[in-house]
Design a protein around this ligand. Structure first.
Ligand SMILES: Nc1nc2c(ncn2[C@@H]2O[C@H](COP(=O)(O)OP(=O)(O)OP(=O)(O)O)[C@@H](O)[C@H]2O)c(=O)[nH]1
Ligand SMILES: [Mg+2]
Length: 227
């Protein structure tokens, strides 16, 4: 649920990266942390890891000035993908505004991906939520591996519905598709909250959701804006 703080003129939106173990959720946040300009990001916090496996969650906060007069703070979380940490996944989903579901393109990981997508929907129900109301995007990650499943197969498996979700091919390890995925999720959220009649935030209706998250640091537009 979006959190609006009128005194600090700040809107907080929570985006959770969800997906099977080792699909690349943490790598997405690590890459984003590298790509986004210093002025707009907080520290990347990884709470409890064991040999690079997430045991609790990762957290990265990004500030943007998308809505006039307000700082929009996107709070990005990852869940631990390993099956045994389901209670933690349920906790991390609390108050979620948007979801990035990361699919591992490995053929051998299809069953894990499908199970994780079903687990996401079950855990949303536990939180009295569903994918009907929570904006989400798909990221088909690890497109660089030699035995990647074809995108049309992934589309058929994870996106075969009347209301198709936005889907992006990614190589989180190198950055391909990482910012695009986050931008799409951010735009969906801003579009959703701009339409909320009782959001009651000056300027929200004029929000320009096309600049949700700034381009990478080496983009001259960012340098010009960074104070
Ligand atoms: N080839 C390739 N490897 C990737 C890519 N993205 C992530 N990886 C690798 O996949 C492994 C797992 O990545 P993580 O980001 O830790 O996966 P995770 O989803 O956070 O895993 P859990 O925390 O256990 O749920 C690491 O060795 C990454 O370097 C990618 O796009 N291509
Ligand atoms: Mg992780």
């Amino acid at each position: 649920m979006a959190f609006i703080n009128y005194s600090s003129r700040e809107i907080q939106l929570k985006i959770v990266y969800y997906g099977a173990a080792l699909c690349g959720k943490t790598t997405n946040l690590v890459t984003l942390h590298k790509q986004i300009t210093h002025a707009q990001k907080g520290e990347l916090v990884s709470l409890a890891t064991d040999a690079d496996r997430t045991l609790f969650f990762d957290f990265l906060s990004l500030n943007t000035r998308t809505l006039p007069g307000f700082t929009t703070r996107f709070q990005l979380y990852t869940v631990p993908g390993q099956a045994i940490y389901n209670t933690t996944r349920q906790l991390v989903l609390k108050g979620v505004d948007g979801i990035v579901f990361v699919v591992d393109s490995h053929w051998e990981k299809m069953a894990d991906n499908v199970e994780s997508f079903a687990n996401l929907q079950e855990n949303l129900i536990e939180n009295h939520l569903s994918l009907v109301q929570i904006p989400y995007v798909l990221q088909y990650n690890k497109r660089d591996i030699p035995n990647a499943a074809p995108v049309n197969y992934l589309e058929y498996t994870f996106n075969n519905r009347a209301n198709r979700a936005l889907a992006f091919e990614g190589v989180a390890a190198t950055g391909l598709g990482v910012l695009e995925t986050l931008n799409a999720a951010a735009r969906l959220l801003l579009a959703k909250y701009s339409k909320t009649p009782n959001a009651n935030v000056t300027g929200l209706a004029q929000a320009n959701p096309t600049v949700a998250v700034p381009p990478p640091v080496d983009d001259p537009r960012v340098k010009a804006e960074a104070v």
